[in-house]
Every structure is written in C-alpha cells, then in structure tokens.
Write a protein of this length. Sequence first.
Length: 178
Amino acid sequence: MKTRAMKRKLAQWIAPLALAFITIGILMPLQISYAQELATAMVTVELSNSPGRAIVNARGNHFVVDSPPPLGGPNEAINPLDVILGAFGTCGIFIFETVSQELDIPLDSVFVTVEADFDPRGVGGMQDVNPRLQAFRVTIDVEGPSPEQGEMLAAAFTQRCPIYTTLIRAADIELTVQ
C-alpha cells in the first residue's frame, strides 16, 4: 500500500517536471535559433554633382535627399529628418495593415502624422545645443476598427516596428490612435 501511494506521489511530481523538460527541449532550440536570425538592411548614399544634394540607393531604388537649411542645402527634395519621420510613419501603416489582416480586423483607411521636436541650431553647429530628436508625436487616424481593435493594432505597432522600438530608446513617443 505504501509503495502504491509513493508511486502515485512520485508520478504527480515527475509528470509536470517531465513535461517541463520536454517543453524546454522543444522550445529552447527555437528560441536560440530565433535570436540568431538577424537581417541586415543597407543603403548607399553618395553626393551628387549639386552641393547639398545626395542620392540614396536602396535595393535598386534611388531617391534624392537634400541638406536642410542649417547646413546650407537647397532643401527642395526631402531632407534626412523627412526620411526618418517618413520611415516611422510608413512602418506604422504597414504594421497596422498586416496585423489587421492577421487578426481579421476591418481596416478601411489609415493616415499617420509623425512630428519630432529638435533644436536646429545644433545641426548648424551651435555649441552646447543638442541637435537630437527630443520628442515624437505619432497620430494614427484609422477607419474600420473598433476602439479596442485600434488599441490592439497600436500595441502591435509599438512591439513590432523596428523604427518605433529604436526611437523609443532615444526620446519619448506620444502615440494617439483615433
């Protein structure tokens, strides 16, 4: 009788432990493999024949970026700040679009506005003025999802967007979904 009770107690203790070891054995290789799968994004940039103008090459696509006024550029084409804010906004739109499809959330339209605060005097070289982007405001206007679904999409954006997850380390980001 003691042996049967001891076996039952041992089984109650071993079963969860065995399941844990099996689960760890199955999941650990996935976690290790996942952590090692980095992708590399790359662009090349070269000065054009016009002062204050550069050509960006990305995966066979080319676009012009102009130097901003504090650096004496023509500022006719987009400037580097426009590029980073545009990347931030498009990342948001694409995350919203993808996640809405994954979760079967209706998405009729998305419009993103991205703003950033900085002191342009620092770009121009004024001593003791930090030129970094100090605050971001992102407003995402969506039509289709319920307010709860909109919050789910916003949560996915803050977790999955490499631009967001990088910039949040540099400055506060105020995110509004309307």
